[in-house]
Design a protein around this ligand. Structure first.
Ligand code: AHR
Length: 567
């Protein structure tokens, strides 16, 4: 049976051939002893890398919230206020900036009022993923999770089953100040009743939520809407929404699926049908990389061939084209006086078939190997290279799900190779992205056919971008506090080829460098509860620079983070 995104959601509730060198080498000297060159160009700044691109996502789905995030206050498992300690610790240590909740598809039939108040009086209801929702974990528990991690909350509002009034009141419940509020009329100051209710439920201080997703995948599980229909709803949900305590809400509209720029263009055209200024910060786009080139949510997380490895990374790299195309769609529909909208990639990651579920009730859980670590590096580097376009992103999903950083069951827990990559990319947070030119032979995708069948597998648009995979890719940034400190992250996707690379910095000499590398002898390597450290980073063996340049060998199937100090 052909599995489309729709049916997947329903049912689950080197051959390396040398191609032309990529990119011009701007000032490196040709050298017979190296395989590749990286020219970092500090004179060509891109933008500050928004720390919010290192965001996360949890949904009421399978074992994500219950057992994953929430173990309960009376659990023997280490926790803070009922939230699994190992989850908090992992997300803290990767500097998680954003946490998106409660979905995903779950969000569009979720009533936030069901998850507040005394736990014993919260209703149990049917949730999106054909599972019973106890509502034990709700708005307050989520806010406490964010606080414990040090992440900002990013709420997805129910647009499919609740009216705009509920959204408006959710915002008020979260952000209105407690205590008497001046009426701005002849009426006396009195407390706001929703803020009073919030205080009675344990949180007097406002949650000050500024980032709001207005619906989720409204072209699909969020209502099967046409872009024009969605635009009309977005206008109604967001026009004249109040702000409290100086917190201006940043609204995120739903954009096209993957590379579906037609949806995006039509949505913006309809959105700007009149000249009233829209209240809009970002456009949400989602792109998942299936483990199979022919079906959505296919392939196996652990069992894959070399060809499937290259194919998956080639298709994952299409994120670059998607960002460019969606960005162009925004620019070409821009109207005078309307806000500058940036991209919010609030769901991304690898998505495989069911073969490696943690257990039958852990819907959509899967293992993560070194291949997923490479996809993580490739994706974060793409976001960093497009720092002026991408304002925020959330990996889907943080625990016990698709592209997870943490796996947990009962009292067992481990981190995945993806977790390590997020940690290695910490120095890029808030740094200045600069152009870096990579010159390396590309890898032909051994599974690419003249016309890849991409329809219905979470990608609408040209698939030509997946015919080759960069033989070496990455990104560079300059520290916001030290102009002489550069971070260079690099992914070598070759399974059996170390890539010896000459690294040069335009207009400057490299004084020294050090780094961290994540690599494993077998691309299928992964961590599990019995072997939590099977994959972990090591110190990279970095030599001394010569004539202001560094020659470094990137091991096969590796992600490397180099800290480069300029003279
Ligand atoms: O992350 C799993 C699901 O994928 C989300 O609920 C939905 O938004 C997307 O289709």
């Amino acid at each position: 049976m052909k599995i489309t995104r729709r049916s997947a959601l329903k049912s689950s509730a080197l051959a390396a051939s040398a191609l032309a060198l990529q990119g011009p080498r701007l000032f490196s000297q040709a050298s017979a002893s190296v395989d590749a060159h990286i020219d970092i160009l500090p004179g060509e700044p891109i933008a500050t890398i928004s720390p919010e691109i290192y965001g996360h996502f949890i949904e009421h789905l399978g074992g994500v919230v219950y057992d994953g995030v929430w173990v309960g206050t009376d659990s023997k498992i280490a926790n803070t206020g009922g939230v699994r300690q190992s989850f908090i610790d992992a997300l803290r240590s990767v500097g998680a900036t954003l946490l998106r909740w409660p979905g995903g598809c779950f969000a569009d039939s979720y009533d936030w009022r069901d998850g507040i108040g005394a736990p014993s009086s919260r209703p149990a209801r049917a949730g999106f993923w054909t599972q019973q929702e106890t509502n034990r974990y709700g708005l307050h528990e989520f806010m406490h999770t964010c606080r414990a991690i040090g992440a900002k909350p990013y709420l997805a509002a129910d647009m499919r089953t609740l009216p705009a009034r509920d959204f408006y009141q959710e915002l008020e419940y979260c952000n209105a100040p407690a205590g008497n509020v001046a009426s701005n009329s002849a009426a006396p100051a009195v407390p706001n009743s929703l803020a009073t209710q919030r205080a009675a439920n344990g949180d007097r201080d406002p949650f000050n939520v500024d980032l709001w997703g207005v619906g989720n995948e409204s072209w699909g599980c969020g209502g099967n809407l046409e872009p024009e229909e969605y635009a009309a709803m977005f206008r109604r949900f967001t026009a004249w929404t109040p702000s409290y305590g100086g917190v201006e809400p940043r609204f995120v509209a739903v954009g096209g699926n993957g590379d579906d720029v037609d949806f995006t263009r039509r949505m913006f055209k309809a959105l700007y049908a009149n000249t009233e200024k829209r209240h809009l910060f970002g456009l949400s786009i989602h792109y998942y990389t299936s483990g199979s080139p022919t079906e959505f949510a296919g392939g196996d997380a652990l069992k894959f061939s070399d060809a499937e490895h290259y194919d998956m990374l080639a298709r994952g790299s299409m994120m670059d084209g998607i960002i460019r195309d969606q960005w162009t769609a925004i620019q070409t529909t821009q109207q005078p006086g309307q806000p500058n909208v940036r991209l919010i990639v609030d769901e991304w990651g690898g998505w495989y078939g069911n073969g490696t579920r943690l257990g039958p009730t852990y819907n959509l859980s899967q293992q993560s190997t070194m291949r997923d670590a490479l996809l993580t590096g490739i994706t974060l580097d793409i976001f960093q290279r497009h720092a002026e376009k991408v304002a925020a992103a959330c990996v889907a999903q943080s625990i016990n799900c698709l592209h997870s950083l943490v796996l947990a069951m009962g009292d067992q827990s481990c981190v995945t190779p993806t977790y390590h990559v997020f940690k290695m990319y910490l120095p890029h947070h808030g740094a200045q992205a600069v152009r870096a030119e990579f010159s390396a032979a590309a890898i032909a995708n051994p599974m690419a056919k003249p016309a890849l069948q991409m329809d219905g597998i979470n990608y609408a648009g040209p698939a030509s971008g997946s015919r080759t995979l960069a033989g070496l890719s990455g990104s560079a940034s300059i520290s916001a506090t030290n102009p002489k400190l550069l971070t260079l992250t690099v992914v070598n996707p070759h399974l059996d080829r170390p890539i010896t690379t000459e690294i040069a910095v335009g207009g400057a000499a490299i004084a020294s460098a050090s780094g961290t590398v994540l690599a494993a002898a077998d691309i299928h390597a992964h961590n599990d509860f019995a072997h939590p450290d099977a994959v972990k980073p090591a110190v990279a063996m970095v030599g001394a620079p010569s004539s202001g340049r560094l020659t470094h060998t990137f091991p096969p199937a590796s992600v490397t983070s180099l800290q480069i100090t300029l003279a």
